[in-house]
Design a protein around this ligand. Structure first.
Ligand SMILES: NC(=O)c1ccc[n+]([C@@H]2O[C@H](COP(=O)([O-])OP(=O)(O)OC[C@H]3O[C@@H](n4cnc5c(N)ncnc54)[C@H](O)[C@@H]3O)[C@@H](O)[C@H]2O)c1
Ligand SMILES: C[C@@H](O)[C@H](N)C(=O)O
Length: 354
């Protein structure tokens, strides 16, 4: 509808690598007003957006980070920083939001994840592909820095799986994976063709304590913690020996901030793998059982999710990210389990007290 014929002003092209860069000295906990980017996060009410907004607001100031989504925010989100309705399929309104708010960085989190996507291919195509086209064009036209996350799901059964390098065969068999490879390639194309400051990290499955996963193949690794604390019983929808790359949300969000702030000249690639740990459901259950020995796990395999997981990487190779912009994870499996259990247990106690 909109893609294809939009003019890319030469001014936007020339300045895209200069404007909105917010080059705060790295390591500083916040930065001077003049250097602060104005950030818009699309799809911000999912598993990752609220946490990222908190981190970016600490760094750039509360009013410089706008969360957006098509859903109504819970009170604790609505009352803590700017929130607006924004549908990534509505090109004109998204453009208006960018212009009216003087946005300089766009974090594009709106997406339909792997398992939900296989159940609704039309929706995944629309949100993940048409939505991306809108965002790419608006970011290019207005000289934004654009971050689009990719995923381990951008690889498929014919990719080397253990470890999976940055550059290799990518023939995913899900609409989610296909749309993410498309995003990687389109973003890199716009970078080379129009000078768009496109940045993309391939996230592993992300484990959070206080936000729910949105319908992916790795969701079990979040759900198991809540079940372990609440009932001590968990039915896992993947086979016990399914090894996938995973990461604690704090590492993922910090990686995103550090990568967004990295000077453009240090980025030899525009799309990077990032890795922290790999585990199986059995390995995760064993680690949780060191703290909660009564946890019982049964297996009732979901054929769709299992087929997806069987074609995904078992580990990601991320030496380029470590070399170019200093990526370093802090949480391995033991630290992850301690951190998530502490959060979930406290959350449950607070909920009971109220
Ligand atoms: N969570 C993970 O494990 C993980 C791993 C790899 C990559 N990613 C990527 O990170 C990003 C964020 O993931 P997440 O886990 O927070 O996803 P999520 O599914 O939890 O949230 C996605 C959000 O997008 C919103 N959305 C859907 N259609 C929209 C539209 N038309 N306009 C605006 N918003 C819309 C939804 O309401 C939802 O709040 C996604 O691009 C995802 O592919 C996530
Ligand atoms: C891995 C990631 O992209 C997401 N959690 C999914 O499983 O779909």
């Amino acid at each position: 509808m909109h893609a294809g014929n939009r003019p890319h002003s030469s001014v936007a092209r020339l300045t895209s690598s200069m404007r909105g860069v917010g080059s705060c000295a790295s390591g500083a906990s916040s930065c001077a007003d003049a250097d602060r980017p104005k950030v818009l996060i699309t799809g911000g009410l999912g598993q990752l957006g609220v946490g990222l907004a908190k981190l970016l607001r600490r760094r750039f100031g509360e009013n410089n980070v706008i969360l957006s989504d098509i859903r109504k925010p819970p009170n604790h989100v609505y009352h803590h920083g700017p929130f607006i309705f924004s549908d990534v399929l509505d090109y004109t309104s998204l453009r208006e939001t960018v212009v009216n708010n003087n946005v300089s960085w766009l974090v594009h989190y709106a997406a339909v994840l792997s398992a939900v996507g296989e159940n609704n291919v039309a929706l995944a195509k629309e949100v993940n592909i048409t939505g991306l086209h809108n965002v790419l064009d608006i970011a290019t036209e207005h000289g934004l820095r654009l971050f689009v996350p990719s995923t381990i799901g951008a690889f498929g059964p014919s990719s080397p799986r253990d470890p999976t390098p940055d550059l290799c065969v990518q023939r995913p068999r899900t609409i989610y994976g296909v749309s993410k490879v498309h995003a990687e390639l389109m973003g890199e194309y716009y970078h080379h063709r129009y000078g768009l400051d496109f940045r993309c990290l391939r996230y592993p499955g992300i484990i959070s304590a206080d936000s729910e996963p949105g319908g992916g193949t790795t969701d079990y690794a979040v759900q198991i913690f809540h079940a372990a604390v609440k009932s001590g019983l968990f039915e896992c929808n993947l086979r016990s020996d399914t090894q996938l790359p995973m990461m604690y949300i704090d590492d993922c969000l910090r990686a995103t901030l550090e990568f967004l702030e990295a000077p453009a000249e240090t980025l030899l690639n525009r799309t990077y793998n990032i890795h922290a740990m790999s585990f199986t459901p059995h390995g995760l259950a064993q680690e949780i059982q060191r703290v909660l020995p009564d946890l019982k796990v049964t297996y009732n395999v979901d054929a769709v999710r299992q087929a997806i997981a069987d074609g995904w990487p078992m580990a990601l190779e991320d030496t380029a990210a470590r070399r170019d912009w200093g990526w370093k994870h802090e949480y391995d499996l033991a630290e992850l389990v301690q951190a998530v259990l502490a959060h979930v247990t406290t959350g449950n106690q607070l909920a009971r007290a109220h």
